[in-house]
Design a protein around this ligand. Structure first.
Ligand code: 6PG
Length: 480
């Protein structure tokens, strides 16, 4: 006897996930050292089989064996201190799940450490925010498979469902669950930045009235751009500051914060030597937003002449913008998927990319109509190395490319910043270049640092004394 599942950390995510389980009939326990949060759990869960605790010992004792404990606490040191508190209270065979946004390298260390004392551990990315947690999130468990299998019936039940299939699947070994969640967040940053730039074009660029911005996002959300992020953006453009006629968004400071998952995605992408330029740009633009004082100085130095887009016809522009957004969104997802492909090889994760696309179709922040296309692409070809090489995707890219050029060129000419759109377009133009100007980089490296270069049609590495006689220079070729 005892309760089936325990949650440590009754913040919004932990509490809502637990209430989700309880509403599905699972008898569950929640622990938080903050009494107010325990009280809130009791109040919101008064009609369901959920019990709150403010002491860890009593909480652990309430669970049946093997004990299943999930942590939903802020990433970093707190996770380690909770694990340290748990260790003496648990016995071999018990299961610990880290459901937070932990850095995957921390998860690897914790996994090894807990295995040594006979505890089962798995890291699981959970996406969906407050509402997702309560009504059905998307979940990305990786690591100890037997432990996952044990908890699977609960996870399958509480997950978001798409076509009667749960948005949760075993991701792979080690820290792969947290890895996939990290990349999910990188894509999230990228798409959010694209939407923010879209707002810039609409609001500053063509001075579209707010209600028309709302209408446009509504329309977009009914077509191929349908997605959670477009949907909430639509609603933001209808949300008035309480008691006024003014949209709340206008009062919000233009300085974006971040908890780190987007930055990690970029850092790890550099480690993997996998370019994800739209995501990198999104991370950098959040950072640039924080330099308000410098931006204010620069605005007065260079003059922010309230740039306006030079457009001939509003409807044509909006048609092009829809295409440009679609194009840039495709590139952003493609970069994230390519990163997963490369990580799968580098870390031995053996990702099933079609399965990952499948569980992202519901519950998570980046859920979108387009994920069906991603799913189909990897389902048709499980060896697909890059989404942009899929024929169906290529057709969509080709169809939206010219409009993207028009929008990006127009913005740049008018002095409106569209860094993520531009990054997506330039990535694409580089990606489709059979020959890049990288030969010059190699020549330069060899010139100043004797770093050698490779020659077309010849084996080996060569070095040239560039400032010497060009005719004899090649004869100085070195191999090695
Ligand atoms: C999700 C979100 C979630 C959280 C992010 C926000 O998938 O549910 O990604 O995990 O909202 O951590 O990240 P920032 O605070 O870095 O924007």
């Amino acid at each position: 006897t005892g309760l089936q599942f325990g949650m440590i950390g009754l913040g919004t995510m932990g509490r809502n996930l637990l209430l989700n389980m309880a509403e599905h009939g699972f008898a569950v326990a929640g622990y938080d050292k903050d009494l107010e949060k325990v009280r809130l759990l009791g109040e919101e869960g008064k009609d369901s089989p959920v019990k709150g605790f403010d002491t860890l010992e009593a909480f652990i004792q309430s669970l049946k064996t093997p004990k299943v404990v999930m942590m939903l606490v802020p990433a970093g040191k707190i996770v380690d201190s909770v694990i340290a508190d748990l260790k003496p209270l648990l016995s071999p065979g018990d299961i610990i799940i880290d459901g937070g946004n932990s850095h995957f390298t921390d998860t690897i260390i914790r996994d090894t450490d807990l295995q040594q004392v006979g505890l089962h551990f798995f890291g699981m990315g959970i996406s969906g925010g407050e509402e997702g947690a309560r009504k059905g999130p998307s979940m990305m468990p990786g690591g100890d498979k037997s432990a996952y299998e044990f908890v699977k019936p609960i996870l399958d039940t509480i997950a978001a469902q798409v076509n009667n299939e749960p948005c949760v699947t075993y991701i792979g070994p080690g820290a792969s669950g947290h890895f996939v969640k990290m990349v999910h967040n990188g894509i999230e940053y990228g798409v959010m930045q694209l939407i923010a730039e879209t707002y810039e074009l609409l609001y500053k660029g063509i001075q579209l009235p707010e209600n028309e911005i709302y209408d446009l996002f509504s329309k977009w959300n009914e077509g191929r751009l349908q997605s959670f992020l477009i949907e909430i953006t639509r609603d933001i453009f209808a949300f008035k500051e309480p008691g006024s006629d003014h949209l709340l968004i206008h009062n919000i400071k233009d300085q974006a914060r971040a908890k780190g998952t987007g930055k990690w995605t970029s850092q790890v992408a550099y480690d993997l030597e996998t370019p994800i330029t739209a995501i990198d740009t999104a991370v950098s633009m959040r950072d640039l937003s924080k330099y308000k004082q410098l931006r204010t100085q620069a605005a007065s130095l260079y003059g922010e002449t309230l740039p306006r887009l030079n457009i001939i016809n509003k409807d044509d522009f909006l048609t092009n913008l829809e295409r440009a957004f679609y194009f840039s969104m495709i590139v952003t997802y493609s970069q994230g998927m390519h990163m997963l492909y490369q990580a799968s090889k580098a870390y031995g994760y053996d990702f099933q990319l079609q399965e990952i696309a499948k569980i992202w179709r519901g519950g998570c922040i980046i859920r979108s109509q387009f994920l069906n296309d991603i799913y189909n692409a990897y389902q048709n070809n499980q060896q697909l190395q890059h989404l942009l090489l899929d024929e169906q995707i290529a057709a969509q890219v080709t169809e939206t490319l010219q409009a993207t050029r028009t929008v990006v060129a127009g913005a740049i000419t008018s002095g409106l910043a569209v860094p993520a759109y531009a990054a997506a377009l330039s990535y694409f133009d580089t990606f489709r270049s059979e020959r890049m100007p990288a030969n010059l980089i190699q020549a330069q490296r060899d010139f100043f640092g004797a770093h050698t270069y490779e020659l077309i049609g010849k084996e080996g590495f060569f070095h040239t004394h560039w400032s010497g006689d060009p005719v004899t220079a090649l004869n100085n070729g070195v191999t090695g």
